[in-house]
Write a protein that binds this ligand. Structure first.
Ligand SMILES: C[S@@+](CC[C@H](N)C(=O)[O-])C[C@H]1O[C@@H](n2cnc3c(N)ncnc32)[C@H](O)[C@@H]1O
Length: 234
């Protein structure tokens, strides 16, 4: 937390606050304009609960965004035995803790199940020939080494051999190491107006033209209506 505060301050951000919270205990109602979560849901035993809560916590007109991983899309090139062992061991360790390293492609259906609307999806996959990004697979394997041994998911010689192999591979400038495939999804909560809301003539006309524009495939439109902020029309 101290590091996060320091980085925010160095970046000149005076309007940032940090709270320590178990997200599984989080309860909030229509408070936020935007909520963003990265590489969190993969760790949770009940991600659906958190997704429902995210949707509840954004205001009408607000935006919810998640990014999370798909180990199924993880790759290196050429083939590397240490990398294969890392993938197998990480997935097994995650499963033991009730987590899901392959949550990425499941998220679209989960978001709809959690009540999200107008969900969009994109996939990215950073891939590295050098630099810090290339080290992430090896560093992750080193970080989970103790728990792999404690959980008896690998013997010490197996683990050491995987670490040595992946270290050589990572140091080789001719090889490529990706991150897991990353699923990015977002949805915007509609501002629902009561059915018989009387609109000022100009607002009503604007609403009709917005609906027409959206129906003809134009970019989604926003419309300011009274204190409501914005009405999203599909
Ligand atoms: C892989 S890190 C991702 C960190 C950061 N969001 C990022 O994208 O770099 C996973 C994070 O999830 C947090 N986390 C895991 N379970 C959590 C929970 N139940 N409540 C809150 N945070 C949790 C961990 O503390 C860790 O910071």
């Amino acid at each position: 937390m101290d590091l996060a505060r320091k980085v925010a301050s160095q970046a000149g951000l005076g309007n940032v606050r940090f709270h320590r919270l178990n997200v599984q205990d989080w309860v909030e109602e229509s408070q936020c304009d935007c909520i963003y979560s990265r590489f969190l849901l993969t760790h949770l035993a009940d991600p659906l609960r958190v997704l429902r809560q995210m949707w509840r916590a954004i205001r009408p007109g607000g935006l919810a965004v998640v990014e999370d991983i798909d180990f199924g899309g993880y790759f290196c090139h050429p083939q590397c035995t240490g990398f294969d062992a890392y993938m197998r061991l990480y997935r097994a360790a995650a499963r033991r803790q009730g987590a899901d390293a392959d949550i990425g492609p499941k998220l679209y259906g989960m978001l709809l199940g959690a009540g999200w609307r107008d969900v969009k999806v994109n996939v990215v996959q950073p891939t590295f020939a050098s630099g810090e990004g290339k080290q992430i697979a090896l560093l992750t394997l080193l970080n989970i080494a103790d728990s792999l041994l404690e959980e008896k998911l690998a013997t010490e010689p197996e683990l050491q051999s995987a670490i040595d192999d992946l270290t050589r591979f990572t140091d080789d400038p001719r090889t490529l190491v990706s991150l897991p495939r990353v699923f990015q999804l977002w949805g915007r909560r509609e501002c629902v107006m009561p059915p018989n809301t009387a609109l000022e003539p100009t607002a009503a006309a604007l609403l009709r033209s917005t609906v027409a524009a959206v129906r003809t495939g134009a970019e989604r439109s926003t419309l300011s209506v009274d204190g409501c902020g914005s009405a999203f029309v599909r």
